[in-house]
Design a protein around this ligand. Structure first.
Ligand code: PEP
Ligand code: MN
Length: 337
């Protein structure tokens, strides 16, 4: 349930509404938006009396929220959430492009790619250190050494770093070293991991699970937010369908769908969605046209010899060309990069 306050309500009126809601057994989330102030009930709202709340002084109206996601719900928080990392403001009018290799492989590789994508205008460097591979015999990432190399690239370029966490054992290290903690598709419903990143103060990039509905994805965001971390970026990375031409099927309709029901920013990963480097440009353009707040793009300086996901990785030169096209597309939809 949410209580929407009238324009010009007084602090005493607000306190009285909060008191009434708390007496009904819920915690109250106050969202002071640009246009309205909203009090959201957190917890079991069954004992709240909608009619009684509706006639309290200063109250404009009371709305029952039937969706199970509350903190992630736009009814609780009408303004867009903006996640600030470095100079980027993901969720604002400015679109953020995150780029880098699937895996950190060596110092020269990550530094070369970091310099290149920064020069082209990427706002953050992404590289995997702990890799969730389908086969246990495939390259698993450089683990802690990969994090060290990312920090080195950060120091040299000033770019914030984004990397995937796979285990709750690494929470402290990630909280200390990483600027955006990525939760991969395979871990979208690893609820222990979600709760623990929810207790950190770092932004979380939450990828959509391989076969997850939008509601399940939002409920995973809710797990993070219910622990106190509201800096969640949702990442559409393609879902499993019957189609085998592409690695996954990019669900572009998820962007307007999420935007209508949630205030969280949405970024799109065209690389994992398509699995083909030559499709990345068109799907990136489409994502921006559809309202994405950012993109996550795999860029490798030697895709043919990449240790992971070479087929879907574009080169730094291709990324540079793409950025120019994305800037024009952003302008078409009234945004900037
Ligand atoms: C990745 O980002 O490299 C990755 C493994 O992605 P996903 O979790 O979307 O499969
Ligand atoms: Mn990858």
């Amino acid at each position: 349930m949410v209580v929407i306050m009238k324009d010009g309500f007084t602090q005493d009126q607000l306190n009285a509404v909060v008191h009434e809601m708390e007496t009904g057994g819920v915690k109250v989330m106050i969202s002071e938006g640009s246009e309205t102030t909203i009090l959201g009930a957190e917890g079991n709202a069954a004992n709240l009396d909608q009619d009684k709340l509706g006639v309290l002084p200063g109250v404009a109206r009371v709305m029952v929220v039937t969706e199970p996601w509350k903190k992630a719900n736009r009814k609780y928080h009408p303004d867009n959430t903006v996640v600030e990392v470095g100079t980027a403001k993901i969720g604002s009018n400015q679109i953020g492009i995150i780029a880098g290799p699937c895996s950190v492989e060596s110092e020269s590789q990550i530094v070369e790619i970091a310099n290149a994508v920064r020069a082209s205008g990427a706002c953050a460097l992404r590289g995997g250190a702990f890799k969730p591979r389908t086969s246990p015999y495939s390259f698993q990432g450089l683990a802690q050494d990969g994090i060290k190399l990312l920090l080195e690239a950060k120091q040299l370029t000033g770019m914030p770093i984004v990397t995937e966490i796979m285990s709750t054992d690494n929470i402290a290290m990630f909280e200390e070293c990483v600027d955006i903690i990525q939760i991969g598709a395979r871990n979208m419903q690893n609820f222990d991991l979600l709760k623990q990143v929810g207790r950190t103060k770092k932004p979380v990039l939450l990828k959509r699970g391989l076969s997850s509905t939008i509601e399940e994805w939002l409920m995973s965001a809710e797990y993070i937010m219910s622990e106190g971390n509201d800096q969640v970026i949702l990442c559409e990375r393609g879902i499993r369908t019957f189609e085998t031409f592409t690695r996954n099927t990019l669900d572009l309709s998820a962007i307007p769908a999420i935007k209508s029901v949630s205030h969280l920013p949405v970024v799109v990963d065209p690389s994992h969605a398509c699995g083909k480097a030559w499709m990345v440009e068109r799907m990136s353009m489409a994502a921006i046209a559809a309202g994405a707040d950012g993109l996550l793009i795999e860029v490798h300086n030697d895709p043919k010899n990449a240790l992971c996901d070479g087929a879907q990785s574009i080169t730094p030169a291709e990324f540079d060309t793409l950025m120019a096209k994305l800037r024009s597309m952003a302008q078409c939809v009234g945004r900037s990069i």
